[in-house]
Design a protein around this ligand. Structure first.
Ligand code: WT7
Length: 635
């Protein structure tokens, strides 16, 4: 018998040991005893990190939505599956039961089929956090279409790049979205994006804000009338375990966004098993993750992981500051939330508001707290622990990535003793290691290095859509036979891990992964700009903020700098989205470069962080004289 629910620290060690000494047997038992398969596998795992090629449960057949919906219909038909909390607190919350969710997904699946979407087709979903978002994700999975959710804060250009990269046939969107006191014209953004996307033949539009929008004849369809007419049942498409389930884009340090591809079987098993244990989920609990389904956190821990466990998962449409900074705590009280999962940037923003908003609310329903997305600083950790968890709810600091599909390093609440700023121990089946710059494994404790994973886990992304070579180069080429995470970490005296941050040119701003290259490309489009370099610098709420160093073309040197700054940020907003705007823009005469012409971001990073004493030797630069000028004019 497998141990699906770990309740003691001792048990963690036993199960962990089995998961790494007999990984295939371990995962086979978990998969067999806790999931519904149409057909069992021929082989649990085959892998080769050199190719790279990873397959879990090969030969097995399933549909993930039968595991998330159908199998709960006997015992949990009238239990709330999705608890939708609207942006406006005066609008009633919606409790969608498993039975209702099943029916809504089936109707939607029929609509997709009628619109000509088939197994293997890509469907881009660009929706706010309304039930249709979860329903459309599951409807794609039900018919075997590959969903690619694009966070509805991305711009038209970012959207069209993603649509074209995966060659999506359909876009699902809404007439607009609510965000605090504002509304956003999502359909307008889609229309603009689609001017550059020839492959999209239909657009389904959900009504949310009832605004006047353009509907393009023959292409655009209102969703509701189609759903009303569709049949309420749909026999799930039978999928191979290794068939694609979804593509989700993440930024890299260079080039266009990477479409991480996840597959059906392993992803289901791993997200469900981590959900159960990291959140210590029990049948009567109400679980809330504040992320957007547009990110991997929402895919794995709002939709698939919770639903595979028959859980009640809250979907919140709004923002933490509307109508005031007590909104999160209001929702926790109102729905008696037991597990609360959010990001350090949100914790810092809320902590900054003082405790009056917290004290107004009864948070006694909380049992487990979670954090994800970036390293949590000590101050934020303690504030969260003392004021939200009242020192009774353990904090699961969960380290993972879009690429890993599920949580990789995290305490198991009530089992693993927590330690501020530490993600602590590897989850079951995960074999982390630290590497030095010479490519050697660092043994022992109290060491620091680059975080790698030595052995496959079931939800590892299988490729970058359309670019397997890039998948290999990015993750499997830095060290032989290792998955390289891009993060640095240290291991303390007892073997606990603390993630120290990215060691590449990815910058995490407010928990959002931003590559420097796409931002620099956007800036360089400005006709006055010659060259630019972006670095992160510490920010008390966002974790990191962006600092841009920009050189201007000779003809533009006299231009008003404030206007230029505004225009540059507008370009970034148009090309990527407001999340990538720069906090500071410094116009410089030249960027420090190596003799081979590479921009020395390390120096720029130190200057942005006011660590001028740590610049190191700058004399070998091609143009050492620019460094002092940059320091003198620093913002
Ligand atoms: C990067 C992945 C996985 C969900 C959200 C982000 C950073 C994530 C932690 C944590 C320190 C963290 C890493 C990682 N990160 N969680 N608990 N402590 N850093 O997914 O956008 O793919 O970003 O986020 O740098 O590599 P993502």
């Amino acid at each position: 018998m497998s141990n699906y629910h770990i309740k003691q620290f001792e048990e963690y060690f036993q199960v962990y040991k089995k998961s790494v000494t007999q990984p295939e047997q371990f995962w086979e038992e978990i998969a067999e005893e806790h999931f519904y398969w149409r057909k069992k596998w021929n082989k649990v795992l085959s892998w080769d990190f050199a190719k790279p090629e990873i397959k879990w449960f090969e030969g097995a057949q399933l549909n993930i939505t039968e595991n998330c919906l159908d199998r709960h219909l006997h015992s949990r038909a009238h239990k709330t599956a999705i608890l939708f909390e609207p942006n406006n607190p005066n609008e009633p919350a919606e409790h969608i039961t498993y039975k209702q969710l099943h029916e809504r997904v089936c109707r939607f699946a029929n609509v997709l089929k009628e619109q000509g979407i088939n197994k293997g087709d890509r469907v881009c979903i660009y929706l706010p956090m309304i039930p249709e978002l979860a329903v459309s994700v599951l409807a794609c999975a039900r018919i075997g279409a590959i969903h690619s959710v694009v966070f509805a804060g991305f711009s038209a250009t970012a959207l069209s790049t993603r649509i074209n990269d995966c060659d999506a046939k359909m876009v699902i969107t809404s007439d607009g979205s609510y965000r605090g006191a504002k509304t956003i014209d999502l359909k307008g953004i889609v229309d603009e994006a689609l001017e550059d996307c020839n492959g999209v033949t239909s657009v389904l539009v959900a009504k949310r804000i009832h605004s006047e929008i353009n509907m393009k004849e023959g292409r655009d369809h209102w969703l509701q009338p189609l759903l009303d007419e569709a049949y309420k049942d749909y026999t799930a498409e039978i999928m191979d375990a290794e068939d694609p389930l979804f593509i989700l884009y993440t930024s890299g340090s260079t080039g266009k966004p990477k479409g991480m591809m996840h597959t059906c079987g392993g992803y289901m098993v791993y997200t469900a098993y981590t959900f159960k244990n990291v959140f210590q989920y029990r049948e009567e609990d109400v679980y809330w993750c504040t992320a957007d389904i547009g990110w991997i956190t929402g895919h794995s821990y709002i939709v698939y992981g919770p639903l595979a466990n028959g859980a009640t998962t809250v979907m919140f449409e709004g923002v933490p500051s509307y109508p005031d900074y007590g909104r999160f705590w209001d929702i926790v009280e109102k729905h008696k939330v037991s597990q609360f999962y959010t990001a350090p940037t949100a914790i810092r923003a809320l902590a900054k508001q003082g405790n009056a908003f917290v004290e107004k609310h009864d948070l006694s329903s909380l049992k487990v707290l979670g954090t994800v997305g970036e390293p949590i600083n000590e101050e934020a950790w303690h504030w969260y622990n003392e004021n939200i968890g009242k020192k009774k709810s353990p904090i699961a600091d969960t380290w993972w990535q879009t690429e890993t599909g599920g949580i990789m390093i995290s305490p198991i609440p009530f089992c693993t003793p927590t330690k501020p700023t530490y993600a602590t121990l590897p989850f079951i089946g995960v074999q982390p290691t630290l590497m030095n710059e010479k490519g050697e494994e660092i043994k022992g404790n109290q060491v620091e290095g680059r975080l790698c994973i030595k052995y496959p886990w079931p939800s590892i992304a299988r490729t970058i859509w359309g670019n397997h070579q890039r998948y290999k180069d990015t993750y499997f080429s830095a060290y032989d036979n290792m998955y390289f995470t891009g993060d640095g970490a240290l291991r303390d005296e007892v073997g606990y891990y603390r993630i120290t941050g990215r060691v590449d040119d990815v910058i995490i701003v407010s928990g959002h992964n931003l590559g420097t290259a796409p931002i620099e490309d956007a800036i360089n489009e400005h006709q006055a700009v010659a060259e630019s370099a972006i670095v992160g610098f510490p920010h008390d709420v966002k974790g990191n903020a962006l600092y841009g160093y920009v050189t201007l073309k000779g003809s533009s040197e006299g231009r008003n700098q404030d206007n230029l700054r505004q225009e540059i940020n507008q370009l970034i907003t148009d090309r990527i989205g407001p999340i990538a705007k720069l906090n500071k823009i410094q116009f410089v005469e030249g960027l420090p470069k190596t003799r081979s012409g590479k921009i020395m971001r390390r120096i720029l990073r130190k200057i942005a962080a006011s660590e001028m004493d740590q610049l190191g030797d700058t004399s070998t630069l091609l143009n050492p004289e620019v460094v002092q000028r940059i320091i003198d004019d620093r913002l």
